[in-house]
Design a protein. Structure first.
Length: 709
């Protein structure tokens, strides 16, 4: 009896526990008999299906189903699959009010100890909401994939470890990887990008973006290398993907093929820089290349030959044979010139029948430059076939060499143009060099050189002096000594023509010595005549400073003549001070100790490095005449002048404007607080004897040249 009671109580408490569980559950619990009549329902059934328990007990479970077939199938499910719990399954159910919902159900057969089926137990959970959410999510995802598949941009998605998770179809075709192949691969392997110019790999934007957590754009000129080896110019950006709590969980790269766009850009820039007819560089690109070549030539200590070429009587061809034929001739001319110069040289069409050739190399030697020019002349002389006639063309050419004939583009172009003009004057079909020495044959040059050697002994050199006027005082404060050569046969040879030659063969050393001695002696003489403060400026070649003992020479001259050191100003060019030679450095300090003044000649034409101004002690800057002459006409020149003045004033240097030719220029310079002037307007270079007469001039009071200011 006791045992029975205990068993009953135990079963009672178990029942009570089960009861409590069923009551607490939010899922519907339905127990049926083997013939599927409802025997028990928990309260959740009413909440989910809308039936009260009394309405259900004894009813067929079919009442819950939307479709009777489902009910029948389910019955067989329990019967056949009678092992135990069923897998959860989804089912459409009907509520009392006729509405339906999706439920997730689990069923189990209830067996007695003998294994006989005594009924079924089913739990049903309303998953309408969950299903809707899931469907929506699926739809959303589908929508994204469809979108990503149909947009024109390529998309790659990676996880936090930069492994590929997704590629859209454009990304597949640009990278050459299919989604299946790419999944799980490091993105670097799939998205193989490099710099178009350097061919070096480009830093992967995915890593950068993941690290920084920000959107990262690609550098310009990036190309994507497809698996097939084909390359695409691309633009892209990578953005981090964040989870809802803001943590970076991956990265998405969006990129597009801009090959076409870039080609278009290249094409447009090509068109802007090339002549449409001949496809040669036009004037703009030519000037650009010219400057580039200067830089290269300086670095390599080489020369640049600028050749201006003009087809002789082209107008006649155009008029008689017609423009279409003229166009053909120009095209062919361009092609021919191109064929005889090096790949690295530039052939440009400047307009009309004018071409320019820029060549770099060992061209400072006249023979080489002449050889190149002759080759061009020869190829132009080949007959141009026209229908059944043969047209013969000739050309005129002018050559200027950097740096000898000009070390900036403007000067060199001008000088090549002058030389071309001379070639035409000489009856066309010939080559003229800007530097007359270059026009000489080798024999003639040797003769001139031999002559130069004797010229010193024969006393064929003379010094002229050009006054420097101080605008404030209206009088002369100094003179510049300028050497002249009175050649017995050629007459007066200007220094531009023989100084380079003398520098080349070393004669500049004795010549420079003679110039310095003569100028110092002359200055002392003027001192004795009552002009002790007159400063004399002497031009010094680079070679004088780098060879021999220049400071020693200066010291001897000062001693011998008794000239005050600060009455002597040495004009150096920027190039010598830019040389990083110890010899130059030592010479500069020795000169400073002697107390002579240093000026920089032709300032602004050459180099842009100004460090030497602080390294060496420079007293004076001489603004090159080409800048002064460009006042008014070339806004750039006035800007350069203003900059030089600002620099000079700031460093307490004297500034002399050279090559002053007009009152307008004087007015401008005066306004800019530049008051030391030198130029033809004030005085040409004159002989020593003429100087005392000019010294008495007052330039400011009538009839002074500057009195009209
Ligand atoms: P530089 O030292 O720049 O001399 C100024 C040049 O400009 C001189 O040419 C002078 O005659 C010229 N000039 C003066 N005023 C005007 C003007 O208003 N308009 C124009 N267009 N030009 C003007 P020059 O005498 O033919 O000398 C040319 C260059 O030869 C000098 O340029 C200098 O670099 C060099 N040179 C002259 N004498 C010597 C010398 O004794 N030794 C060395 N190493 N070089 C010298
Ligand atoms: Mg000078
Ligand atoms: Mg000068």
């Amino acid at each position: 009896g006791w045992k029975l009671k205990q068993a009953r109580e135990a079963s009672f408490s178990k029942d009570a526990q089960l009861q409590a569980i069923f009551y607490a559950m939010r899922d519907a619990v339905i127990a049926t008999s083997p013939d599927r009549k409802i025997q028990y329902v928990n309260p959740a059934v009413e909440a989910i299906f809308g039936y009260s328990p009394s309405e259900l007990i004894g009813q067929s479970a079919a009442v819950f189903y939307t479709r009777i077939e489902d009910y029948e199938k389910n019955g067989s499910r329990y019967n056949i699959n009678a092992k135990g719990d069923s897998e959860p399954y989804e089912m459409s159910y009907r509520r009392k009010d006729g509405s339906t919902f999706t439920g997730e159900a689990r069923g189990a057969a209830v067996r007695d100890p003998g294994g006989k089926v005594r009924g079924f137990m089913v739990t049903v959970r309303d998953i309408t909401q969950r299903k809707e959410l899931r469907d929506r999510l699926f739809l959303e995802k589908e929508k994204w994939f469809v979108t990503l598949g149909s947009i024109g941009d390529a998309v790659i998605v990676t996880d936090l470890g930069t492994r590929v998770e997704y590629l859209n179809s454009i990304a597949e075709s640009l990278t050459g990887w299919t989604l299946d192949e790419a999944i799980g691969k490091p993105v670097k392997e799939v998205f193989d990008i490099l710099n178009e110019k350097t061919r070096m790999p480009v830093e992967c934007p995915v890593e950068k973006s993941l690290l920084s957590g920000t959107i990262v754009g690609l550098a310009n000129h990036t190309v994507l290398r497809c698996r097939s080896g084909k390359e695409y110019a691309i633009e892209d950006s990578a953005a981090p993907i964040r989870s809802r709590n803001g943590k970076v969980i991956g990265c998405v790269v969006v990129f597009r093929d801009v090959t076409q766009k870039r080609n278009l850009l290249l094409q447009v820039t090509h068109q802007a820089n090339h002549d449409a007819l001949t496809n040669l560089p036009n004037r703009y690109l030519f000037q650009d290349r010219l400057v580039q070549m200067f830089i290269q030539a300086r670095r390599l200590s080489q020369a640049v030959a600028l050749i201006y070429l003009d087809i002789d009587h082209f107008k006649k061809i155009n008029d008689s044979a017609g423009h279409p034929f003229g166009d053909l001739v120009l095209k062919e001319a361009g092609r021919r010139i191109r064929s005889v110069v090096r790949e690295s040289d530039t052939v440009a069409r400047l307009g009309g029948d004018e071409f320019a050739i820029v060549a770099i190399g060992d061209l400072a030697s006249p023979d080489h430059a002449a050889h190149l020019a002759q080759k061009i002349l020869d190829v132009m002389a080949q007959p141009f076939p026209v229908e059944d006639l043969e047209l013969r063309l000739t050309a005129s050419m002018g050559v200027a060499i950097f740096p000898d004939d000009g070390d900036d583009a403007t000067t060199l172009i001008r000088n090549a143009d002058i030389a071309l003009y001379q070639a035409k004057e000489k009856g066309r079909n010939n080559i003229q060099f800007f530097s007359p020495i270059m026009n000489l044959t080798l024999q003639e040059r040797t003769a001139l050189e031999n002559h130069l050697h004797e010229a010193l002994e024969r006393k064929e050199f003379e010094l002229l002096y050009q006054p420097v006027v101080d605008l404030k005082k209206g009088s002369i404060v100094g003179v510049e000594a300028l050497v002249r050569w009175h050649h017995p046969k050629r007459g007066l040879v200007p220094p531009d023509k023989f100084i380079p030659l003398a520098e080349d063969n070393g004669l500049i050393l004795p010549l420079g010595e003679w110039v310095l001695e003569t100028a110092c002696l002359q200055a002392r003489k003027w001192g004795e005549l009552g002009f002790p403060a007159l400063r004399v400026a002497v031009n010094v070649s680079t070679r004088q400073l780098t060879r021999g003992d220049f400071p020693g020479l200066v010291e001897r001259c000062l001693k011998a003549t008794g000239l005050a050191p600060d009455c002597l100003e040495l004009e150096l060019t920027e190039s010598v001070l830019l040389q990083k030679s110890a010899k130059v450095g030592d010479a500069m300090s020795a000169l400073r100790i002697l107390g002579v003044r240093i000026s920089i000649d032709d300032f602004g034409t050459g180099y842009s490095s100004l460090g030497y101004l602080t390294r060496f002690h420079v007293n004076t800057l001489k603004i090159d005449g080409t800048f002064v002459q460009g006042i008014k006409t070339h806004p750039g020149n006035t800007a350069v002048i203003k900059a030089i003045l600002a620099l000079g004033h700031a460093m307490s240097m004297d500034i002399i404007a050279e090559g002053v030719e007009t009152l307008d220029q004087v007015r401008f310079l005066k306004n800019q607080r530049c008051h030391l002037l030198q130029g033809y307007l004030l005085s040409q270079p004159v002989t020593a004897q003429e100087i005392p007469g000019i010294l008495a001039n007052d330039f400011l009071t009538p009839p002074g040249i500057l009195s009209g200011l």
